[in-house]
Design a protein around this ligand. Structure first.
Ligand code: ACO
Length: 448
């Protein structure tokens, strides 16, 4: 396959964060609700000098510099985001500033949006371009960028913010298994943003969880069927070295893996041992609707799958647990976590990915990995990601400060004619930041 994801650059700087424990106290939630109940450790948010455009400028510039890529070598640039800054002008056009400087304006692609799925749509577009007859030999670049903020209430601790940039080209170490893609798309109102004057979504949290798990089941069934047709053997989670899920909060990822395990049980796969088969037998005759509602099945399958979760899923959870839901960037931050944690042993292995965007759109697909060649070797990608240092360089803040920032951002959302504080003391060098929005709503950014 020629269409491959080559390099990943992460901006986990976003840049302030708080501890979920502190938010539990602030919100008067019971101890452990956000840390154990949702499974989250920290949550990042954009300060008033950052937004989805500044974060994406930072990751694109950083990727080009760290892999020594001439901006003229980019032939397609796609952005996935659900954070609306402008209803017409794409985020991609702001990023063109970086390429115009080098004289390259011949770059296809615009933004894709459908909740957390836009990044995957952008990625598939870019990979399809590299695999198509239109490909001119240059790289594709995919950017996922979002700031996830919720109105006061139970969804608020499931926010987050980050941007990810991925380089797409031939002979890459992270290679698409294009034949086994499976999607599930449907019309539901689980999470949507109908109020154009507000950044906050309307969300039916419980429905969104069920929709997510139904979409996962449907994609997995079809993924397995496609694999089995082409390879002639049954597919089970034993054939996936890692499973990487869109991660709104870690508990849903635990439930998702348990759901794949239950699917394998229903298909009588050898990935489920005899003892587990016996314990799951009482649930074998549930209708699928009943199976989503059964707390006993949910808890039981999580326990039975736990030993496999620790091996196949846990390495992907580092960034999502530390940053929170990054919407379009969430799945790819989870992928970056696996690469960072496991790069030395990934060669020859398969990573199964599940992308979900409310509304709803979802796709399961997989990668095969090889060590690759410098600078696009897994070792070098892991070293450029530098996740530990990035996480350690963040600034812990209080829930009160976060809530003050949210109030300011509510006021500024869709506003014109204001200047930011330009307080960049906490930003690492190389970070882009917003300086002002003028009387014509034009936005201005500088680089530290
Ligand atoms: N200690 C340990 N666990 C606790 C505690 C405690 N003190 N208190 C509660 N819990 C557990 C609950 O048992 C539950 O876990 P379980 O599901 O394993 O039983 C968990 O914490 C969450 O508690 P709930 O009361 O069920 O949830 P709540 O009403 O607070 O809302 C929700 C959670 C629905 C996830 C909310 O945060 C939300 O709406 N988020 C946004 C929607 C979302 O992210 N959807 C996911 C897919 S769509 C997308 O990506 C945007």
């Amino acid at each position: 396959s020629r269409g491959t994801g080559a390099a990943v650059q992460l901006n986990a700087d976003a840049l302030n964060y708080w501890l979920q424990e502190a938010l539990e106290v602030h919100d008067g939630a019971s101890k452990g609700k956000y840390t154990i109940g949702l499974g989250q450790d920290c949550m990042a948010f954009c300060s008033e000098v950052e937004d989805v455009i500044s974060m994406s400028l930072t990751v694109v510039k950083s990727l080009l510099e760290k892999y020594h890529i001439d901006p003229k070598l980019i032939g397609r640039l796609e952005v996935g985001s659900e954070t609306v800054i402008d209803k017409s002008k794409s985020i991609k056009t702001w990023l063109m500033q970086i390429f115009e400087e080098s004289g390259n304006t011949d770059i296809e692609g615009v933004d894709s949006s459908n909740a957390c799925y836009g990044g995957t749509a952008a990625l598939l577009n870019c990979v399809n371009w590299v695999e198509s007859r239109c490909w001119d030999g240059r790289y594709g670049l995919v950017v996922c960028t979002d700031s996830a903020v919720y109105a006061e209430g139970p969804a608020r601790p499931t926010g987050g913010a980050a941007a990810i940039a991925m380089l797409i080209g031939p002979n890459a170490p992270i290679s698409f298994e294009s034949k086994y893609r499976a999607s599930h798309m449907a019309h539901v109102y689980d999470f949507y943003k109908p109020d154009l004057a507000s950044e906050y979504p309307v969300v039916d949290g419980k429905l969104s969880q069920t929709c997510y798990l139904m979409a996962l089941d449907s994609c997995y069934r079809q993924y397995c069927a496609k694999y089995e047709k082409l390879v002639g053997e049954q597919f089970s989670i034993s054939d996936a070295d890692y499973c990487v899920f869109h991660s709104p909060y870690n508990k849903l990822v635990q439930k998702s893996f348990a759901r794949l395990y239950f699917n394998d049980f229903m298909r009588n796969c050898s990935s489920v041992d005899n003892d587990a088969k016996e314990k799951l037998q009482p649930f074998a005759n549930l209708t699928s609707e009943e199976s989503y509602q059964s707390r006993d099945l949910e808890k039981g399958s999580q326990q039975l799958a736990k030993h496999l979760y620790d091996i196949k899923v846990q390495p992907s959870t580092l960034l999502p647990k530390q940053i929170g839901n990054m919407y379009t960037a969430s799945l790819y931050a989870a992928l970056a976590s696996v690469i960072y944690n496991k790069h030395a042993s990934l060669s020859g292995q398969r990573i199964v990915m599940f992308s979900y965007g409310s509304g709803l759109t979802s796709t399961m697909f997989s990668f095969k990995l090889n060590e690759g060649q410098h600078p696009f070797s897994l070792t070098n990608i892991a070293s450029v990601l530098d996740v530990t240092a990035k996480l350690e360089s963040r600034h812990v803040t209080s829930p009160e400060k976060f809530i003050d920032t949210l109030k300011l951002m509510e006021h500024r959302y869709g506003a014109k004619d204001f200047e930011t504080s330009k307080d960049i003391s906490l930003l690492p060098p190389g970070t882009f930041y917003l300086t002002k929005v003028d009387s014509m709503y034009r936005r201005f950014y500088e680089k530290k």
